[in-house]
Design a protein around this ligand. Sequence first.
Ligand SMILES: CC(C)(COP(=O)(O)OP(=O)(O)OC[C@H]1O[C@@H](n2cnc3c(N)ncnc32)[C@H](O)[C@@H]1OP(=O)(O)O)[C@@H](O)C(=O)NCCC(=O)NCCS
Length: 233
Amino acid sequence: MAPTDATPPTPGTSPLPAGLPADLAGRARVRDDGLLWVSPGTLDDEPRLRGLGYGPVRHVLQLRCTLPLDPSAGAPAPCRPFRPGLDDDEFLDVNHRAFEWHPEQGDLDAAGLAERLAAPWFSAEGFLVHTDDGGRIDGYCWTKVHPASTDEPAMGEIYVVARDPEVQVRGLGRALVVTGLEHLSRQTVDGAPLAVGMLYVESTNERAVGLYRSLGFSLHHQDVAYSLPGAAP
Ligand SMILES: CC(C)(COP(=O)(O)OP(=O)(O)OC[C@H]1O[C@@H](n2cnc3c(N)ncnc32)[C@H](O)[C@@H]1OP(=O)(O)O)[C@@H](O)C(=O)NCCC(=O)NCCS
């Protein structure tokens, strides 16, 4: 199970296959899903790896935006904080149906959710839940604050966002992302408000990529997953 809706799977411990170009060794690793992940991927990698029998199977984009959002981004959706223990089942149901197509996120189960709710970074205030008129969860935007590191600024991540696929309310997804980004803009790290929004998205998720671009996100880098030589594509 990936740590976010589109973050590559957790690092594996498998050794790197022999014969990889030397410049790839520092950027490549075989992860728990059995794929060779190259992060960040460059334009030159793909033709060279194809020539060695590797096949690209996933492109995960990391997009970033400047916070706070411009008010023209639109209105937020009215949301409340997630209630651990009370909202778990409804959330898992919507999450499963919204991400049925996704290699990891749709499989999130009660144990995986409990693990995340117990993580040091978890904040119920940052797990924003939207409900329908009857009080049922029909969308959510789960955010995560990343402190600065030696080579990265502090960032506010849209960790997972979705609306119930059976609820056809145009604009709900956009309003949920705006809600999450507004929440992140109000968070401070070391006394300074977060100035960078970030998320991961599969390159094939055209609807989400289009939404993020229209909100001002742009590509920071991409992680590319390759099947190993001889593996089924
Ligand atoms: C991604 C998601 C949250 C978007 O929510 P939504 O309610 O469908 O989106 P909205 O109605 O707010 O529309 C979002 C934008 O996508 C655009 N859009 C609609 N269909 C599209 C398509 N096929 N391709 C590209 N853009 C499309 C809309 O025009 C709209 O743009 P606008 O806001 O500039 O008008 C929702 O589709 C979802 O839950 N998907 C499954 C989970 C998922 O993929 N989450 C994101 C993972 S990174």
